[in-house]
Design a protein around this ligand. Sequence first.
Ligand code: 26Y
Length: 821
Amino acid sequence: QTQGHNPRRGVGTAAMNRAILDHLHFTMARLPALASRNDWYMALSHAVRDRMLDDWLASLHHFRNKELKVVSYLSAEFLLGPHLGNNLINTGMWDAARDAVESLGLTLEDLLRQEEEPGLGNGGLGRLAACYLDSLATLRIPSIGYGIRYEFGIFDQLIRDGWQVETADKWLKFGNPWEICRSEIAYEVKMGGHTEYHHDADGRLAIAWLPVKVIKGVAYDTPIAGYRSRITGLLRLWKSEAVESFNFQAFNAGEYYHAVDEKVVSESITKVLYPNDEPGVGKLLRLAQQYFFVSCSLQDMIRVHLLRSPRLEEFDQTFAVQMNDTHPSLAVAELMRLLVDEHGLGWDAAWKVTRSTMAYTNHTLLPEALEKWPLQLFANLLPRHLEIVYEINRRFLDEVSQAYPGDQARLARMSLIEETGGKFVRMANLASVGSHAINGVAHLHTELLKETVLADFYQMTPGKFCNVTNGVTPRRWVLLSNPGLARLISESIGEEWVTAPEKLRKLERFASDPSFLSAWRWVKDANKRALAATILERTGVTVDPESLFDIQVKRIHEYKRQHLNLLHILTLYHRIKRDPGAQIPPRTFIFGGKAAPGYFMAKLIIKLINSVAEVVNTDPEVAGRLKVVFFPDFNVTNGQLIYPAADLSEQISTSGKEASGTGNMKFSLNGALTIGTLDGANVEIREEVGEENFFLFGLNATEVQALKKSGYHPGRFYEEDGELREAIDAVRSGLFSHGDAGLFQPLVDHLLYDDEYLALADYRSYLECQERVSTAFRQRELWSVKSVLNVARMGKFSSDRSIREYCEKIWKVPIRPPFPH
Ligand code: 26Y
C-alpha cells in the first residue's frame, strides 16, 4: 500500500480539499461555480470512497486465504441508511472532510443531507442486516452480505389529508457513488420449463433442467467500513439483466420487439422491493426475486471456494451461510442442485455439506407470517427444485417416522409440503431441515419458537436451537446520530465504549454528579429542539421542546398497537377537558412509520392518528399541554434525528408477538426510558437497566395465551371502564372525522368485537403506567438519573455482542482480538 503523498490517499484537510475539487472536475465534469449540491456531494463521496479502497482491496484478499472462514449473510433486505456520514465516522475522516468542505465555502451538514438513503428493506429485519455488516467489519471477520439491488427501495411516504400516499423511491436517480458495478462477475439463472432424465454413455442417470428462461445477475459491490478496524466488508447486491439484450440474428420487426420485451421482463426481477413485512398471496415475481439472488450468491460462493480448493465436500470450511428469515431458504435446495446436478457430488455428500453450511434465523412468531408457496407456482418456476424438495422431504419424513412411529399428525405437520386444503411448500420447514442451527432473535422469542411454531423440530433436534438476541451498532446509532451525547460520554469515560460498550457501565458513577446530569439534560434538550424544528418544517406543527417527547416509531401494525397509544392520548384529552386543573405534565406524542400499501387497517390507524392530531392540536383548551404529530416518511435518516430526541420510548406490542424489536434498543441507548410490555427484547432490556428504570405494564405472554383460551370479550372491558368507553365513543361519534361516524367504524368494530391483540385488555394497566411516567417526569433530576443508568447498562445490545455470539454458537468462526488503535 502506497500511502505517502499520493493525492488520492491523503487524509488531511488539504488533501481532502484537493480530492474534492479533482472529483468535481474529473468525475462530475463541473466547474465549481456551476456545481449543484449533488455535484459536491458526489465529489466528496468519491474522495471518501477512494480512501476506503486500500483497506477494501486488502480485505477482499482474505477470501482467498484458506485459513479464514467467510461469513455469508443472505438477506433479501439491507436497510443501510445513508453511507457518507457513517463512512466518515468509521474511517476517522470526519474532521478532515468537514474542514475541507468548509474551506470550499460549503457545510458538511448540507452535503450529508443530499444523500438519498438506500432503503432496501422494510424495517427491523433489513436494518438488523445492516447493523450486522457494520459489526462484522468492525470485528474484522471476513464477510459478504448478499442481497438484491432493488432499483426502487421502500416507497416514500407522503401524508395527504391524513392518509398515507406512497410514491416511488428513486434512490438511484442522481447516481450512487458507493457502488461499483462488476460486469465480469455475473451468473446465469434458469427459470421455468421442465426436467428430463436420460442415461449417459456410462449408463448413469443424468438430469437435465430445460428452462424456458435464463436471466443474468450482475454484481454491484458496496464497501462497508468497519469502525477504525482497517477492514472493509463487502455488500454484494445482484441486478437482473437480460442474457442478450438484442437478438440480432432474428432481426425482423416482430422478433425485434420480442427481444426488447425479453429484456424488460428480465430486468423486472430486481425492479422493486415488496413493501410488505408479512407474506400475502404468493406472488411469482417475489419467488423469482428470492431464487434469483440465492442462485447468484451460491454460484459466486462456489466460484470463490474453487479458488481455494477443488473439493466441494469442504465448502463448509470456506463459508458459513446465514439465512435471514426464510426469504433465502431456497438456498438449501439450490446448493443441493448446484452440488449434485452441476458439480457431480453424490446426494449424501451434498446433503452433509449443505446442512453444515447453512443456518436459519427466524424473526416471527405470527403463524400467518410463515412463508409458504403454492405448489403449482413453485413447480412452474422451479421444477428441478421441487424434485429436490421432494427428495429432501422423503428422506426427512423417513427419519421422523422412525423417531415417532405411527404419529401421522406429526408427520403431516413436519412435512415440507402442506396438504391441508391446497398444496404449499413450507419454507420454514425447508430452512429448518436444511440447517445445522436455528435461532430466534431474543430470549423470549426463542423460547416461544421452541414451544409453538417450531415445536416439532425442537423436540426432534433440540441441539440445533439457540438464541442470539439482536443488537444495534453504536456507531450509527450513537456516534453518528447523537454526537452531543457521544462527546459527553467520551469526555467522561473515554472512547472505548464505541467498540466495548460494556464500558458504558462506568457512567453509573456519574449518575450522582449534578453537573454531569445537567450536561446530560442539555444534550437531550438540544436534540429535542432540533427535532422540534424539523417537525415544524415538515408538518407545520409547533411543539414545545420542554414537554415530554413520547415517541412511537416503527412499521404500523395492529400487533404493535399504535391504537393503544392513541387511546391513552384520547383519555388525557378528555381528562384535561373535564378538569382543566388536572396535574398532567405537557406531552408531545410523536408517531412515525409506514403501512404496507395493502394493509387497510394500518392505513386507517395512520388516518386516525392524523385526525386526532388535527383536533387536539387546534383545541385551545389543551393548548400548551398536548400535541400529537405524525412524522412523515420514517426511515433510517429520520430515525437518526428522532431516537436521540426521545424522553419516552413506546414498546407496547401484545406480549408474545414482537420477536425482538431493535428500535427499543436505539431509544434506550440514546437515553430514553421505555414504557413497554414483557415482549421481545424488552424483557432483556428491563433485566439490564433494572426494573426501577423501566415502565412495565400489561399481560405477559402466558397471560395472553390464557386469556385467549378462556375466551376474550373486549366488549366487557369497554362496558366496565368509563374512560375507555369515552375514548372509543369519541372516535365512533365522528368527532375526529368531521362528523363522518362511518370513517373509523372498521377500526372501532375490530376493537369491540375482535381485538385480536388485546388492546382493551391492556388499556387500564397502560394508563396507570403512563401516570407513573408523568410523575417521574416531573422530577427532572430523578428522570435524568434513570436516563443515564439506561445508557450505562445497555452495552449488551451492541450488535458486536450479537455477532460474537453468532461466531461462537453458529458459524464456528474465531473471534479476533480487537484491533489496536
Ligand atoms: C415474506 C415477506 C413479505 C416479508 C418481508 C419482510 C416478511 C417479513 C419481513 C420483515 C420482518 C421483520 O422485519 N421482522 C422483525 O425483525 C426484527 C429483527 O429481528 C425484529 O426485531 C422484529 O421484532 C421483527 O418483527
